[in-house]
Design a protein around this ligand. Structure first.
Ligand code: URA
Length: 236
């Protein structure tokens, strides 16, 4: 049993606060009875109707996937390409939290918890993302380090970032850089490197919100523990 406003929010219908407003305004019914006070508990088998809309309630599921390259990170693809949702077997309708490019690999969460999704993708929570970036070139270390001061992409300066040069291979003419960012703008890492004159040749997200790929191979996934889910909620 969970509080009514929490169950409404986790269905993705609206935020917890908005759910409280709707309850108090008398817009919510549980199993045919109007509920207009806070503090009621419900289960996922109850029928909750808001403004005539029946909520689709499913037990919450949280998966960490090591996304392979060559897979789309949306629930559906209009070009018929394989998606992250195709990889994860589930009875529930899971969807990815944020996006990784088709040619990017790495850590991505799939869930049917709309509330947690909204929290993790909201810019104000500044969720940490750690990327490993390969450049087919010998990079200039001080230029790359300057990424931590922010660069202009799409007319707006990027926020705080941490940069670690992991390897510069002079023979193979390639470099590996670890970049940590706290935003999730479209193609952000590729654009940040583009802004300093380098093309990213390979990109992998090694860590998302503290979750690493430890124990997973490309294409594998695991369910998050209760403790991990609680920790993700603690971003609030
Ligand atoms: N930044 C990118 O450029 N691509 C990704 O997939 C993720 C971050």
């Amino acid at each position: 049993m969970e509080r009514l406003q929490k169950v409404i929010a986790s269905s993705g219908y609206c935020s917890r606060r908005k759910a409280e407003e709707l309850i108090l305004a008398g817009k919510v019914s549980v199993n045919g009875k109007m509920v207009n006070t806070l503090g009621n508990k419900v289960s996922y088998s109850d029928t909750i109707i808001i403004n005539g809309v029946t909520l689709k309630l499913e037990p919450k599921e949280y998966v960490l996937l090591y996304k392979p390259r060559g897979v789309v990170s949306s629930a559906q693809d209009d070009k018929g390409r394989k998606t992250v949702v195709d990889i994860v077997e589930s009875k529930n309708r899971l969807y990815p939290v944020g996006r990784l490019d088709y040619d990017t690999s790495g850590a991505i969460i799939l869930t049917n918890d709309g509330e947690l999704t909204n929290l993790l993708i909201h810019p104000s929570y500044e969720v940490e993302k750690v990327y490993l970036v390969k450049i087919d070139d010998i990079v200039n270390p001080s230029l790359v380090k300057s990424l931590s001061n922010g660069v202009m992409i799409d007319g707006k300066k990027t926020g705080r970032a941490k940069v670690k040069i992991k390897k510069i291979d002079k023979k193979k003419k390639s470099s590996l850089i670890e970049l940590t960012i706290y935003e999730g703008r479209n193609h952000q890492v590729k654009k940040m490197f583009e802004a300093i004159g380098y093309k990213v040749s390979k990109l992998k997200r090694e860590k998302f919100a503290g979750l690493t790929l430890d124990g997973l191979k490309s294409g594998e996934y695991r369910h998050l523990t209760v403790k991990e889910v609680k920790r993700l909620y603690a971003f609030k």
